[in-house]
Design a protein around this ligand. Structure first.
Ligand SMILES: Nc1ncnc2c1ncn2[C@@H]1O[C@H](COP(=O)(O)OP(=O)(O)OP(=O)(O)O)[C@@H](O)[C@H]1O
Ligand SMILES: [Mg+2]
Length: 381
């Protein structure tokens, strides 16, 4: 009889433990190869499809297998360009020191404390950091320039490659727009030992940033598309994880869960986790179709909060939710009550840009996350 475990055997924390990153071997090898070749990449794709998981696993391999320095900043959590700069500096120091704790807020206060209480310049040979003693005396521009130059300074002094992950990169528009982008590009393009992983969930915005000739980041990074996880990879992985807990996953159950979630990385992982907990509470050593169906039903109730919040974020999008409800029911979007066809068109474009749906042939749209579609059908409206 399986024992109740404190934690799911299907973890969702990021970084994911390496053994829980399903499939993706080729993609990871590609990321590592490009980083070692000092080529930057853009990974733009739908929410919760594993962009951050993949980039983190690639950084781990680069650190542990190739001695690279790795730096990570999530632009979503930066209130302004100056805070981005402070966080980038902290993340750089962390990559050399390895002992600093990333502060989500008050990065500058942490920097000031750090540099007044310790001799950083002495501890990072070749990288002069005395300028950080009194960050309040440094102008925004200087702070930013120094921050943007730091990864390469460290790479040179350590004679190791440096890889910088800039997550939620579309936020760059909010933090400083074209001026910030130009500063970044001017500094990044001279760097010979530092490569960048740009991540984000607004593909068309990001592709425009990197793909239009007049944009500062034109051709600075190659766009890569994350492939979907094949059903068999999920079946083998989930079967192995459950078997380690003394639970057998029947093929019919595995197929059902993979089909319902479309094998979406987050959705499928949540579904197998729900099935695992259902087996524990039923004191069952096998997950059959019946158990999988009841686990799925329970999960849909539990995930409602996630989707409700996400739909609320769509409040700024006129007719976005109404159009989405029609698409979920398989109806043509242009019949949306009270909406002019132009408004429907704009709503559809925004839903595609936000990677909630994708165009699937003439006038047809598919949901990136089958579970969101199911939630909308159940919620009605
Ligand atoms: N390769 C994978 N194998 C197993 N689970 C995965 C994999 N990739 C992603 N997941 C699951 O999906 C969840 C979301 O992944 P992640 O946070 O990397 O997505 P994301 O694309 O960065 O999303 P966002 O756009 O919201 O930042 C993870 O917590 C994990 O549970
Ligand atoms: Mg992410």
């Amino acid at each position: 009889m399986p024992e109740a475990a404190a934690q799911s055997v299907f973890p969702t924390r990021v970084p994911l433990p390496p053994e829980d990153v399903v499939d993706r071997e080729e993609f990871l090898a590609e990321l590592v190869r490009r980083a070692l070749d000092v080529q930057s990449v853009l990974i733009a794709g739908p929410r919760r499809t594993g962009k951050t998981v993949l980039a983190n696993e690639a950084l781990r391999r680069l650190r542990e297998g190739h001695g690279a320095l790795t730096v990570e900043v999530d632009l979503f959590y930066c209130g302004a360009a100056r805070e981005f700069a402070a966080k980038l500096i902290l993340a750089c120091l962390e990559s050399r020191e390895g002992r600093l704790h990333r502060a989500l807020a008050g990065a500058e206060r942490v920097l000031a404390q750090l540099t007044t209480s310790t001799e950083f310049s002495a501890r990072i040979p070749g990288v002069e950091l005395r300028w950080l003693r009194n960050p309040e005396r440094i102008s925004d521009e200087e702070m930013l320039d120094r921050a943007l130059a730091l990864p390469e300074r460290m790479a040179e002094s350590a004679r190791r490659p440096c890889v910088v992950l800039l997550d939620e990169f579309e936020e760059v528009e909010r933090l400083g727009g074209e001026v910030l982008l130009k500063r970044m590009r001017a500094i990044f393009q001279r760097q010979e030992h530092t490569s960048y992983f740009f991540l984000g969930s607004r593909p068309s915005t990001l592709r425009a940033l990197f793909g239009r000739p007049r944009q500062p980041f034109f051709r600075f990074a190659d766009p890569l598309t994350i492939p979907s996880i094949p059903p068999d990879a999920w079946r083998f992985y989930a079967g192995r994880k459950l078997a380690a807990q003394g639970i057998r996953l029947l093929d019919t159950a595995a197929h059902f869960l993979i089909e319902k979630t479309g094998g979406h990385p987050w959705g499928a992982s949540r579904a197998f986790s729900a099935a695992y907990f259902a087996a524990l509470s039923a004191k069952s050593t096998a997950i059959d179709l019946d158990l999988a169906v009841s686990a799925y039903e329970g999960m849909m109730g539990n995930l409602a909060d996630v989707f409700v919040q996400e739909l609320q974020e769509m409040g700024d999008l006129p007719y976005g939710r109404a159009v989405l409800h029609r698409l979920a029911r398989g109806e043509r979007p242009y019949g949306t009550a009270g909406a002019h066809p132009q408004q429907v068109k704009r709503a559809l474009e925004a839903l595609v840009d936000r990677c909630i749906v994708r165009r699937d042939g003439r006038g047809r749209y598919a949901f990136e996350e089958p579970l969101l579609r199911e939630h909308l059908i159940r919620a009605g409206g």
